[in-house]
Structures are given as structure tokens and as C-alpha cells.
Design a protein around this ligand. Structure first.
Ligand SMILES: Cc1cc2nc3c(=O)[nH]c(=O)nc-3n(C[C@H](O)[C@H](O)[C@H](O)COP(=O)(O)OP(=O)(O)OC[C@H]3O[C@@H](n4cnc5c(N)ncnc54)[C@H](O)[C@@H]3O)c2cc1C
Length: 467
């Protein structure tokens, strides 16, 4: 196994569960120089970002929401050092946990770089410089991805920063500019906005959240702007320069050339597969035009016995997608059945309100020419959401008009990232809207919004007016 991120480490554990002798080599080095398992997700991605999103949301709610509950709180002060210490300790705990899981499963972890050589040999260079070679029956490449750099805004990691840098700021920037209104840009922009920064988000596309259902995207844009995120669409960055402790960003939009000055600039324009020095010539591993390792539907590369999973191969760059690929490959190697259903992969944006979806958007359904029924249920009509002071957003369900099969579920609102699990399970089992309608949901829960949206598909919602 090369790489111990969320694609590589589950593959290692499952392969060991399947009775194989497993070695997992990982090159990750944290900013303090220490090695750690868990890859981008645990060290510099999913987990630290969620820790800060939670803390910053609590601060925001304490300041803006307590009063509505009749709680008077005075002297609420941000201690960023403590907040960051908490983030770091969660990361340490989780990455250390993988070490314990490896030990329990009998996986040998090696901290260093792995390089595939012809004939399924792996050259391992440990962090102390010592080298060794391993012979393997199977090799799984799980080398992940890295932030995309813009030629017009090169990282200096102090003023022009990537997402990892932006998770470790030790003071709140007065003014923050984010390039890219994608998942990472919106999450990081939300964190620093809630902690007090003035935030401008520059997005080259004219459509906000083009990957999401556009009804949901429109609702999201409205909330984010209300929260003070200054989102500028159709804004193409042309340059960035640092002088006198500030970044000057130039961009062009419909109105022409613009500039703005910020204390920090986060470049969050996406990630690209990381395959630097991962394999020697003659191994049979090949990259596609976009730099992803070429694989078939079951993650086999062009080299016999060499597999690749996670962010370094095609498909959405999501931890849970990589995890399923890793587990599937470990089972295929053991001769078991395995399958990844790429049509049913949930996506979540952990902003407030949260955004989550699975399956097709309304735009995709219409483009495919499928006749569909749509049910929408607003959280404003949910007793639980009201009790939580979180009655914003809605659940939207798309179902095929002929078969009633659920084609897509889109949620913006409280705990959307948790609620989407029910929709994902339903779609995995090819459920119909009627199946959800006939499933009893506990009252009062947020999940009832899914039940009601399913009823609304057939204009039979009880707790909201059917349109
Ligand atoms: C700020 C941020 C927030 C995110 N939030 C989410 C989220 O909420 N949910 C979600 O699903 N996804 C999220 N992601 C994406 C998620 O982190 C990735 O999809 C996931 O980490 C990919 O897993 P992976 O195992 O393929 O790669 P990685 O996690 O990148 O792991 C690859 C590992 O391989 C190692 N490696 C590379 N080359 C070698 C080599 N030659 N030898 C040895 N080791 C090597 C690397 O050091 C690394 O440890 C987020 C990403 C970022 C940046």
C-alpha cells in the first residue's frame, strides 16, 4: 500500500482482515516535522476543517442565537489559540488512532516514500534516508492529491496560502480573500467570517455552486450573503502580489478590471492528483490527460497486480469515495465480490446551513430528458428545526414519473450531512418515493422532512401546502 489516507488505510486494514500480509508506506510530514497516518483528510482536510467549522459556528450561535432562547451571555470572547489547540488535538488523536487500528489488524506501517518499480517491487525511502525494497503480490497506489496552484497567484504560504495553511492561521485576518467558491473555499470562508474576518470570495464561474442543484445553490447563495460572505461571481483572477504585509489581488469581471487588498489570500481552486515520483518508468502505470492514474471500473491500472484508489484516480475527490474504492480493491485482491456504486456517492458542504445531495440534480434529470416528479419540504414547517432555531432551507426529492424511483435528493438545512445518509441508503436500494412515504419517521425529527418531501413528490404532504 502506498499512501495511508482515507483510501489507503482502509484498503490496508481490509486486506489484513482478508488474511494478507500488508505493509503501508506513507510519506506525510506535518508542519512540526512529525510523520502521521491519515493523509490529507485527517491532517489537513476533512477533520481539522470540521473542527474549526464546529468551533466557529458555536461562537457565532453564542453571539447571535442565545438571545432568542432567553439566554443572556456577556463577555463572549474568542481565544483562537485554544480553538486551534483543540483542532490540533483532534487531529493527533484521530491520526494516532489509525496507528492503533493498524497494530490491531497486523498492518506494518512505514513512514517514508514508496516508489513502484517494474515487477511489483516497491522501493522505500524512509525519512532518515535509508532505503529498502519490498516484493509484493499486489500494490495499491493511494497517493492522493495536492492543492492546485494558480500561475497568477503562487503560494508563498504566508500571505498567498493553500487550504492547509488556512486551517492553521494563528490570528484572524482583518480582510480575507478566497479564490474559488467551491466546497473548500466556502467552508474556509465561513470559518474565518464567523471568527470576524471580512471575507470576499472570487469565483470565475457565473453560476454559484454549479455542481449542485441550482434551486439549492440559489438558496445557499442567499444565506451566505446574509452571513456577510461577499461572493463575486464571474470574477477571473489575473494576478496577486504581496507588498507591505498585504496581498493585492487583481481580477476582471463584467464591469472590467478590478483590484482588492486583503491580509490573506486563500487559493481554493481545486486539487490535482499527486503522483510525483510515485512509479519508475516501465511499470505499466499510466496517467490520463488530467494527470490521474488510469484505472478500469475496478481500479486496476495497466500494470498486472497494481491498483490505484482515491483522489489519484478519476471520480469525485471525496474521502468516502476513496474509502469504498480501497475496501473494494482489498476484497477483489482476496477474490471476493466487490463493487463501488459511483452513481450513489453523497456530497456534503459543512457550512451553515449545511448542504448535501446524492444522485442527479434537477438540471441533470431534465438534460437527460427524464420525466420526473419533484417534492419539496421546507424546514420552516419542521417542528424539530423550529425547536432548534434552525428552520432554514428545504429537502427536495426527484423521482421518475413512470417508475417512482428516487433519482436525486438535495438538502439545505440543519444537519443535512447526516440526513443525506437515509437518502443514500434509499437510493442504494433503488427505493421509490413511495418506499420513503411508507417508512415511519420518528417525531419530532429533522428526518421527517425527508418523509414529507417524499409525500410532496405525489402532492400528498401533510405538514406543508402541496403546490
Ligand atoms: C480543506 C479540505 C477539506 C476537505 N473536506 C472533506 C470532507 O469534508 N469530506 C470529504 O469526503 N473530503 C474532504 N476533503 C477531501 C479529502 O481530504 C480527500 O478526498 C481525501 O483525503 C483523499 O484521500 P486519499 O487517500 O486518496 O488521499 P490523501 O488523503 O491525500 O492521502 C494520500 C497519502 O499518500 C501519501 N503519499 C503520496 N505519495 C506517496 C509516496 N510516493 N509514498 C508514500 N506516501 C505517499 C501522502 O503523503 C498522503 O498521506 C477535503 C480536503 C481538503 C483539502
Amino acid at each position: 500500500m502506498i499512501g495511508a489516507g482515507p483510501a489507503g488505510y482502509p484498503a490496508a486494514i481490509r486486506a489484513a482482515q482478508n488474511g494478507l500480509k500488508v505493509v503501508c508506506v506513507d510519506a506525510w510530514v506535518n508542519r512540526d516535522g512529525g510523520s502521521a497516518l491519515g493523509g490529507t483528510c485527517l491532517n489537513a482536510g476533512c477533520i481539522p476543517s470540521k473542527a474549526l467549522l464546529e468551533s466557529s459556528e458555536l461562537l457565532h450561535r453564542a453571539r447571535s442565537e442565545f438571545a432568542a432562547h432567553g439566554i443572556t451571555a456577556s463577555g463572549i470572547v474568542l481565544d483562537l489559540a485554544v480553538m486551534q489547540k483543540r483542532r490540533a488535538s483532534i487531529v493527533r488523536n484521530m491520526t494516532g488512532g489509525i496507528g492503533s487500528l493498524f497494530k490491531a489488524a497486523g498492518v506494518t506501517a512505514i513512514f517514508g516514500r514508496g516508489r513502484l518499480l517494474p515487477g511489483r517491487r516497491v522501493e522505500v525511502t524512509r525519512h532518515d534516508g535509508s532505503r529498502s525494497e519490498l516484493d509484493a503480490r499486489h500494490v495499491v497506489l493511494a497517493s492522493g492529491s495536492e492543492p492546485t496552484e494558480l500561475k497568477s497567484a503562487r503560494f508563498d504560504h504566508e500571505y498567498i496560502v493553500d487550504s492547509w495553511d488556512a486551517l492553521e492561521f494563528d490570528s484572524v485576518p482583518g480582510k480575507l480573500c478566497v479564490i474559488g467558491a467551491g466546497v473548500i473555499g466556502l467552508e474556509l470562508g465561513s470559518v474565518w467570517r464567523r471568527l470576524g474576518a471580512e471575507v470576499v470570495v472570487l469565483e470565475a464561474l457565473e453560476n454559484f455552486l454549479a455542481i449542485a442543484d441550482q434551486q439549492l445553490a440559489g438558496e445557499a447563495a442567499r444565506h451566505f450573503r446574509k452571513q456577510g460572505l461577499d461572493i463575486r461571481l464571474g470574477a477571473k483572477v489575473t494576478g496577486a502580489s504581496v507588498a507591505n504585509g498585504a496581498v493585492s489581488v487583481s481580477y476582471s469581471d463584467r464591469a472590467g478590471a478590478q483590484t482588492l487588498t486583503a491580509d490573506k489570500l486563500i487559493v481554493a481552486v481545486g486539487r490535482r492528483p499527486y503522483t510525483t515520483d510515485l512509479y519508475a518508468p516501465g511499470t505499466g502505470v499510466e496517467l490520463d490527460q488530467r494527470g490521474f492514474i488510469q484505472v478500469d471500473d475496478q481500479c486496476r491500472t495497466g500494470a498486472d497486480g497494481v491498483w490505484a484508489v482515491g483522489d489519484c484516480v478519476r471520480g469525485p475527490m471525496l474521502a468516502h469515495k476513496g474509502k469504498e474504492e480501497g475496501i473494494a480493491v482489498a476484497d477483489l485482491i482476496a477474490g471476493r465480490y466487490a463493487h463501488v456504486n459511483y452513481d450513489v456517492i453523497p456530497s456534503v458542504i459543512y457550512t451553515a446551513p449545511e448542504i448535501a445531495w446524492v444522485g442527479q440534480t434537477e438540471e441533470q434529470v431534465r438534460a437527460a430528458g427524464t420525466d420526473c416528479k419533484i417534492g419539496v419540504f421546507p424546514f420552516a414547517a419542521s417542528g424539530r428545526a423550529r425547536a432548534m432555531e434552525a428552520a432554514v432551507g428545504f429537502v427536495k426529492i426527484l423521482a421518475a414519473r413512470d417508475s417512482d424511483t428516487i433519482l436525486g435528493v438535495h438538502i439545505i438545512g440543519p444537519m443535512a450531512g447526516e440526513l443525506i445518509a437515509e437518502a443514500t441508503l434509499a437510493m442504494e436500494f433503488q427505493a421509490s418515493a413511495e418506499d420513503l412515504q411508507r417508512t415511519i419517521h420518528a417525531h419530532p425529527t429533522l428526518a421527517e422532512a425527508l418523509h414529507e418531501a417524499a409525500l410532496a413528490v405525489d402532492k400528498r404532504a401533510i405538514d406543508s401546502i402541496n403546490r
